[in-house]
Design a protein around this ligand. Structure first.
Ligand code: SF4
Length: 351
C-alpha cells in the first residue's frame, strides 16, 4: 500500500504517543513589553532569508556543505560521502523528552531526525538512521508541514538532528513554515563536523546551536569517525562562530530555551574523548558561563565492539572525573541533569 505524504507526516508523529495537546502560547517576552521573535523571522523581515536559501541551494551543485567537500552535484543525483540525495530523507519527527531540560520544557522538543550523516562514527548510537539511511524522502514543503505540526502539538522548538548535509532543505522549509505561522526557535543539533563558511551562512537563522564536541585529538577522530582527523580543529572553529552568533543560553521565565549555544560532550571510555582538554578549551576560548552538557550515556553500539578502547561502557569514575575537571576549570553553566547524576554518585561513593 502506498504511503501518502499526509500519512507519513501523521505516522511520524504517532511514534511519540500522545500528541493531541492543544497549542498554547509558548513564550513569555524576555522583558516586560518585549515580544520575542525567532532569528529567521527577523531575517525574513529584512528581506534576506530568500537569498540565503538560494545561496545554500547553489552549494548542492558542487557539494561543499561539510568538511568532506566531496564536490559532487547532488542536484544531478550524484552522492558523496554522506550518501544523501538532494531531497531530505526523514526517519521520524516527534516531541522528544530526552533532550536537555530547557529544550524539553513542558511539551517536548520538536525533533526531526534526518537520515544519513557526514561524520559516520563507528560507535554511532543512531546507526540504522545515520549509516544505513533508513527513512522516507520528502519535499521541503513536507518538512515545513512537519515543523508546523510539531509547533501545533505544543513543542517548544524545532530541533533538527544531523542537519549538516541537508542544511539548504532545512532553510527552505523553515521559510515555507514561517509563512504558515512558525514562530518557535530553530535548534541546530549537529555533530560539530562543520565548515566555518557554512556556519556563517546560518547567521541570523538559527536560534539555538546544539553541537557535539566529540574529540579533542586528531588521531581519535580519524580512528573512530571515518578519517575525520580535522574534526577537533574544525569543530572548535565552528563552535566559536556559533557562540559569536547566538551567545549564551537564554531562556524565558519558565526556563524554556529561546536562544544560545549549548555544547554536548559525550564521555568515552579510556579518556578517548579528551574530556579534560575539552573543558579547558571551553574555559579558555568561550565564556565560562557557556552551557555545557557532559553526558554519561555512552553505549557500545554498531562497530564499537571491534575497537578495544571503546568496546565497554564508561565507569562512574570516568564520568565523575570529567565533571570535576569542568568545575576545576571554572565552568559555571553545567547541564543540571549531569550535575544531579554527578552529585548522586559522589554521595554514594563517599557514603
Ligand atoms: S554533505 Fe555529503 S556530499 Fe556534501 S560534502 Fe558533505 S559528505 Fe560530501
Amino acid at each position: 500500500m502506498e504511503i501518502t505524504r499526509r500519512d507519513f507526516i501523521k505516522s511520524s508523529f504517532l511514534l511519540s504517543g500522545s500528541l493531541l495537546i492543544s497549542s498554547v502560547p509558548l513564550y513569555a517576552a524576555q522583558k516586560k513589553g518585549q515580544q520575542w521573535h525567532p532569528a529567521y523571522e527577523k531575517l525574513e523581515s529584512e528581506g534576506k532569508l530568500a537569498e540565503r536559501v538560494e545561496q545554500a541551494y547553489a552549494i548542492f551543485e558542487n557539494c561543499q556543505l561539510c568538511p568532506r567537500q566531496c564536490g559532487v552535484n547532488r542536484q544531478k543525483g550524484e552522492k558523496g560521502f554522506c550518501r544523501a540525495p538532494v531531497k531530505t530523507v526523514i526517519f521520524g519527527a516527534h516531541p522528544h523528552f530526552g533532550e536537555e531540560m530547557s529544550l524539553v520544557g513542558h511539551h517536548g522538543s520538536g525533533t526531526i531526525f534526518f537520515s544519513n550523516c557526514n561524520l559516520r562514527c563507528v560507535f554511532c548510537q543512531n546507526w540504522p538512521i545515520s549509516h544505513e539511511g533508513r527513512g522516507k524522502e520528502v519535499q521541503d514543503e513536507d518538512l515545513a508541514d512537519m515543523m508546523i505540526s510539531l509547533q501545533k502539538t505544543g513543542c517548544h522548538n524545532i530541533n533538527v538532528v544531523t542537519p549538516t548535509h541537508v542544511m539548504p532543505n532545512i532553510l527552505n522549509a523553515t521559510r515555507i513554515a514561517l509563512k504558515k505561522g512558525l514562530h518557535i526557535p530553530l535548534v541546530y543539533n549537529t555533530s560539530g563536523y562543520e565548515r566555518l563558511e557554512i556556519v556563517k551562512l546560518l547567521d541570523g537563522i538559527v536560534d539555538i546551536y546544539l553541537p557535539d564536541m566529540k574529540y579533542m585529538d586528531a588521531d581519535q577522530a580519524e580512528r573512530y569517525s571515518a578519517g575525520a582527523s580535522d574534526y577537533p580543529e574544525l569543530a572548535q572553529k565552528a563552535i566559536i562562530e556559533m557562540n559569536r552568533q547566538v551567545g549564551s543560553h537564554l531562556t524565558d521565565k519558565r526556563g524554556v530555551a529561546l536562544r544560545g549555544l549549548m555544547i554536548r560532550h559525550l564521555v568515552m571510555p579510556n579518556r578517548v574523548a579528551g574530556s579534560e582538554k575539552f573543558v579547558r578549551w571551553v574555559a579558555e576560548a568561550l565564556p565560562k558561563s557557556t552551557y555545557v552538557n557532559i553526558m554519561p550515556q555512552y553505549r557500545v553500539e554498531y562497530k564499537a565492539f571491534d575497537y578495544p578502547k571503546i568496546s565497554r561502557g564508561i565507569t562512574v569514575q570516568e564520568f565523575l572525573e570529567a565533571m570535576e575537571w569542568a568545575e576545576q576549570y571554572g565552568l559555571t553553566n553545567l547541564d543540571p541533569h549531569s550535575v544531579a547524576v554527578k552529585n548522586f554518585y559522589s554521595q554514594r561513593l563517599s557514603g
